[in-house]
Design a protein around this ligand. Structure first.
Ligand SMILES: C[S@@+](CC[C@H](N)C(=O)[O-])C[C@H]1O[C@@H](n2cnc3c(N)ncnc32)[C@H](O)[C@@H]1O
Length: 221
């Protein structure tokens, strides 16, 4: 049997308490991410994802940017380097601490906060663009609509959410939950316009070729 670096989470009923009281309760999921950030997470490639560099170079990323589930901040910092006002949030303090240290070492201005994506509404501001590299595919069925509602509170009308997730084309069961195009369309069927869902690669440290994924561009109506 293949070893999983993190669980495929179709049933996360044990996380319900956490979902509704995100700042006071620990879930198995936070325990998992906390322990992974004690070492070198397999998704942390020490540079931005190619998919996000290409989006920036194509001029698709505009204005202020929020990176949800930013980890140690490589994608947000890349966009800060390219002139965007960049923020990153993640619910793991060790990840945010590392992001802040890297930004300081690189003399970059980027804002990193510890925050659960299910409490984005508490951020108190909006952005032109939101990026997601590997966050959506960690959410359970119950969390997805809560996340989408929260996402709507931090995106300006007409703003775009870019999402990079592992797709059902990825063989085996190693790694995160696979997300289908139909699931993406279902999650964003009301109040959102799907501009495209394209095959893409999620790069990782363990496999140079990366994982099969979807890159989605979704506008808030
Ligand atoms: C696969 S990692 C990707 C990290 C980063 N985006 C990158 O590309 O290196 C998923 C990230 O989402 C964060 N995360 C998962 N669930 C979250 C939640 N409910 N709120 C905030 N961050 C969350 C994890 O702590 C982790 O850093």
């Amino acid at each position: 049997m293949s070893k999983r670096i993190f669980p495929i989470t179709t049933d996360k009923k044990q996380c319900i308490t956490f979902i509704y009281f995100p700042t006071n309760h620990h879930s198995m999921e936070t325990d998992f991410f906390e322990s992974v950030y004690q070492g070198e997470p397999p998704w942390d490639i020490g540079r931005p994802q190619q998919a996000y560099m290409q989006l920036e170079q194509a001029g698709e990323i505009v204005g202020s940017v929020l990176d949800v589930g930013c980890g140690t901040g490589e994608n947000a910092m890349y966009l800060a380097e390219h002139g965007h006002e960049a923020w990153g949030i993640d619910f793991i303090p060790a990840a945010i601490q590392k992001a802040r240290e890297k930004a300081a070492q690189r003399h970059l201005t980027a804002t990193f906060r510890v925050l659960n994506v299910l409490a984005l509404h508490t951020l108190g501001r909006t952005f032109d663009t939101v990026i997601d590299s590997g966050l959506f595919h960690t959410l359970s069925d119950e969390e997805r609509p809560l996340f989408v509602d929260n996402l709507g509170t931090v995106l300006n009308r007409g703003g775009v959410y870019f999402m990079l997730c592992v797709s059902e084309a990825e063989p085996g069961d190693y790694g995160p939950r696979r997300v289908t195009q139909a699931e993406i369309r279902e999650s964003f069927k009301e109040g959102w316009r799907i501009n495209y869902i394209r095959p893409a690669t999620l790069e990782g440290r363990l496999r140079p070729s990366g994982a099969h994924g979807w890159l989605s561009s979704i506008s808030k109506e």
